[in-house]
Design a protein around this ligand. Structure first.
Ligand code: SF4
Ligand code: SF4
Length: 346
């Protein structure tokens, strides 16, 4: 309860001022991946020199306001000591309330123990299992064998756990938009007690330093009418969820029509940031602007967070001189961190 209050307090404060340290950190644990998706080249990125468990401990000891961590990859379960990493993050983040993991769901036997560890601590696990199409199409788009079957098995296992929030996550692009009806039909058959709130739809983004997918065109020719139907499925659930999802969907359409999201202030470097597997800090997954390496700062994020260079980049983000994206990773903290701007989104 105390942790939830602290998260709520930081969300409210982030509406009015820059926090003294981030309350939300996205941490890419590894760029290794066992899939070869058509829209993502993370697996081609550098996987040498990843921060060790000892270094991760030092980093998380020094993020005093951390309430919400996003552990992502590559594929987090490929990191040989991922269980130790999860334990170390929780042990050293006394205000941690939400532990989000993104996974491709291919290694259920490695992912489920991570979630069980989180559940034992009272921190809320939020896990997204990616899926981009019906059975055959998913294998084709994700560059693997039985990828659909493995993801569904993992998701069904997660749904059996007593607490936590578990979703399938589908990134819509021009590669898969024509197969979403088929995907939904397959999910109705294969997911236990399937409902539309089990699946989240996001939209393709380019990012040179994260997805490593410059030159891949995932948006041309996307039919916005069809897209609207699928994104509309996000607006199911509680009233709070409906309102937040409604704002997210509106932002997607503003972004796709104009290439910009002017109405809402982004929370990157105001209350959140991204750390890559080698300890480099960036504002987010999309803006390719390095802030420095935590290894050169005694693993102390506050030193970077409060440096003139970071203030300068934060100023650029406020002026929307960044790519001004609407990636799901930052969109939700931005909706919550700029309630005024979000309410103005028509
Ligand atoms: S989208 Fe995910 S699963 Fe696919 S290659 Fe990129 S990191 Fe791997
Ligand atoms: S608007 Fe997008 S690109 Fe710009 S800082 Fe925020 S998340 Fe990054």
């Amino acid at each position: 309860m105390k942790k939830s209050i602290n998260l709520f307090k930081n969300i409210i404060f982030s509406n009015f001022r820059r926090l003294s340290s981030p309350y939300k950190v996205t941490f890419a644990l590894t760029y290794k991946c066992n899939l070869r998706c058509k829209i993502c080249n993370i697996w081609k990125s550098q996987s040498l020199g990843e921060v060790t468990v000892l270094e991760i401990e030092k980093i998380f000891k020094k993020i005093p306001e951390l309430n919400w961590v996003d552990l992502t990859g590559g594929e987090v379960t490929l990191r040989e000591n991922s269980l130790d990493v999860v334990k170390v993050i929780i042990r050293n983040s006394e205000k941690l309330s939400i532990f989000h993991i993104s996974s491709n769901g291919q290694l259920s036997d490695k992912l489920i123990p991570l979630v069980e560890v989180i559940l034992k601590t009272g921190v809320i696990p939020v896990v997204n299992i990616s899926i981009d199409g019906p059975k055959g199409i998913n294998d084709e788009l994700r560059g693997g064998t039985d990828t659909y079957v493995k993801s569904i098995e993992t998701f069904n296992s997660l749904k059996k756990l007593r607490k936590g929030h578990y979703h399938l996550s589908c990134t819509i692009s021009n590669y898969n938009i024509n197969y979403i009806d088929e995907l939904l039909a397959d999910l109705s058959r294969d997911v236990s007690r399937f409902s539309y709130s089990d699946i989240h739809f996001n939209v393709f983004h380019n990012s040179p330093h994260y997805y490593n997918n410059e030159g891949i065109d995932g948006l041309s020719g996307l039919d916005l009418g069809i897209l609207k139907t699928y994104l509309g499925l996000r607006k199911k659930g509680s009233l709070f969820k409906k309102i937040i999802e409604d704002k997210y969907v509106k932002g997607v359409f503003v972004y796709l029509k104009t290439g910009k999201v002017r109405a809402v202030k982004c929370q990157a470097l105001n209350s959140s940031c991204f750390i890559n597997p080698q300890g480099m800090v960036y504002p987010c997954l999309i803006y390719n602007q390095t802030m420095g390496n935590l290894r050169d700062q005694d693993y102390d994020i506050s030193r970077l967070w409060n440096s003139p260079d970071v203030f300068m980049v934060h100023g650029k983000i406020k002026e929307k001189a960044c790519p001004d994206c609407w990636g799901a990773c930052e969109a939700f903290s931005s909706i919550l961190g700029d309630i005024n701007g979000s309410l103005k989104m028509a």
